[in-house]
Ligand binder design. Structure first.
Ligand code: SDX
Length: 429
């Protein structure tokens, strides 16, 4: 039993229960703190706040460790598949061969979208950002699948989860097709989850599409690396939306909106644009200086992390995959040389060392996605595709949590105290 935590406020002090996790920091249960003291705790950005209990993903930011249901991310990336990791995140254990076959079959049976959904795309400009389209069409799914919006019914929750995991590749591929003016391709369920996605994205009705196994394996690994990541901003958005009882499709649309930000999932697009803007290793010092300049809002995109104060383990796998894929595809991309040199210089610079800024998952991913042929604007949509399984796993966990209630943070009020209304005739100015 862990010792209670005593908190002294003014002249009084109170003991609060300390809750231990299976691993990682303990938490102080302060749910009664306001009732006891009349005070709120203050933690903008939630740097020291646990919003929930979770058994899905564990990150040790100092050691650069990422576990999904206890399995290290590098082992999953090297030995598992995105379908298997999806099962693991949703159900808590690696599936048997039969369970994996049944799960993959179930997912493949939900890959098509309602035919009317394709008309939603026609309302967008051809140059609409794919994330703008996804915010719209994923939220719109709730108007087509009323039979899986009752969040109190575990069966409906699981069908909605399967639908979201299965339909995201179709919706993301449709966003790409729409942007290049090519017809949408229907899913082909004799292909793997990732192979199906590649065909819907890069195939054309005019000829058969051969899935390249090198690209299929790299893409599947990239999906695994993006699947879930504890209570990050977009997952917390999904949980908060879900805490009001909103339907799963609306919750995922909220998560997509949050992920779009350049400080979060939008960083992969921003990182490649930054590497292209740097263009030459000779210009790296200029950008390092800008990143360190307090008066310059520029930041090294793909660098730094709220939790990792060591190497993001996903970035290590991503960097190795970038080398492999470019070599296997016989592509040389000067941007990869710029990325490696930038990493080397930054990791030897006192500013980055002192602030513990390392490359994160977004630093190298763009180099691979670009080599595979995705336009830069698609990068965050690919992140959303992969993160959907993490969002639905966390959403299911939240709804099944008996301690869960609607999220409603308080504030430190620094505005005007009460004052009487003044008619416009008596206002000055
Ligand atoms: C993702 O949460 C997750 O798990 C997210 C994610 C996931 O899988 O869901 O891992 C995915 O979002 C990865 C992060 C992608 N974002 C970027 O690469 C954008 C660039 N990085 C930063 O904007 C920043 O590092 C954050 C947003 C990622 C983290 O910001 P924090 O934790 O709020 O840290 P901070 O902004 O307080 O920075 C601490 C210090 C600051 O300097 P001081 O004010 O203390 O002097 O480090 C500096 C910052 O100025 N700093 C950087 C920097 N990141 C932080 N300086 C230069 N370049 C950077 N990239």
């Amino acid at each position: 039993m862990t010792e209670p935590t005593t908190i002294k406020t003014g002249s009084s002090e109170k003991a609060y229960t300390t809750l231990p996790g299976t691993v990682g920091p303990e938490v102080v249960d302060i749910r009664k703190f306001y009732a006891d003291t009349g005070m709120f705790t203050y933690d903008p950005g939630f740097t020291s706040t646990a919003s929930c209990q979770s058994a899905i993903t564990y990150i040790d930011g100092d050691a650069g460790i990422l576990l999904h249901r206890g399995y290290p991310i590098d082992q999953l990336a090297e030995q598992s598949s995105f379908m298997e990791v999806s099962y693991l995140l949703l159900h808590g254990d690696l599936p048997s061969a039969t369970e994996l076959k049944d799960f993959s079959w179930t997912i493949s049976r939900h890959t098509m979208v309602h035919e009317q959904l394709s008309t939603f795309y026609r309302g967008f400009r051809r140059d609409a950002h794919p994330m703008a389209i996804l915010c719209g069409v994923v939220g719109a799914l709730s108007s087509f699948y009323h039979d899986s919006t009752d969040i109190t019914d575990p069966k409906q929750r699981m069908i909605a989860s399967h639908r979201l995991i299965a339909k995201m590749p179709t919706l993301v591929a449709m966003a790409h097709k729409y942007s290049v003016g090519q017809p949408f391709l229907y899913p082909q369920n004799d292909l793997s989850y990732t192979g199906n996605f590649l065909r819907m994205t890069f195939g054309v009705p005019a000829e058969p599409y051969e899935v390249n196994p090198i690209i299929e394996a790299a893409m599947d690994k990239i999906f695994i690396l993006h699947a879930d990541h504890e209570q990050n901003a977009s997952t917390s958005t999904v949980r908060l939306a879900g805490s009001s009882g909103a339907n799963p499709f609306a919750c995922m649309a909220a998560g997509i909106a949050c992920l779009w930000g350049p400080a979060h999932g939008g960083a992969n697009e921003a990182a490649l644009n930054m590497l292209r803007e740097i263009g030459d290793v000779k210009r790296i010092p200029e950008y390092i200086a800008r990143a360190k300049d307090k008066n310059d809002p520029f930041r090294l995109m793909g660098f730094g992390h709220r939790v990792y104060k060591n190497f993001d383990p996903r970035a290590k796998v991503m960097k190795a995959t970038a080398d492999e894929v470019l070599k296997e595809l016989n592509i040389t991309d000067p941007v990869l040389d710029v990325a490696k040199e930038l990493e080397h210089i930054a990791l030897n610079d006192p500013y980055f060392i002192e602030k513990k800024l390392y490359p994160n998952v977004d630093f190298y991913s763009g180099v691979i996605l670009n080599a595979i042929g995705f336009p830069t604007e698609m990068f965050t949509a690919l992140f959303a595709l992969a993160r959907t399984v993490g969002w639905v796993a966390q959403w299911n966990e939240m709804i099944s949590d008996p301690e869960q209630k609607i999220g409603r943070p308080r504030q430190l009020y620094v505005g005007q105290t009460a004052r009487d209304y003044m008619p416009v005739s008596s206002r000055i100015g």
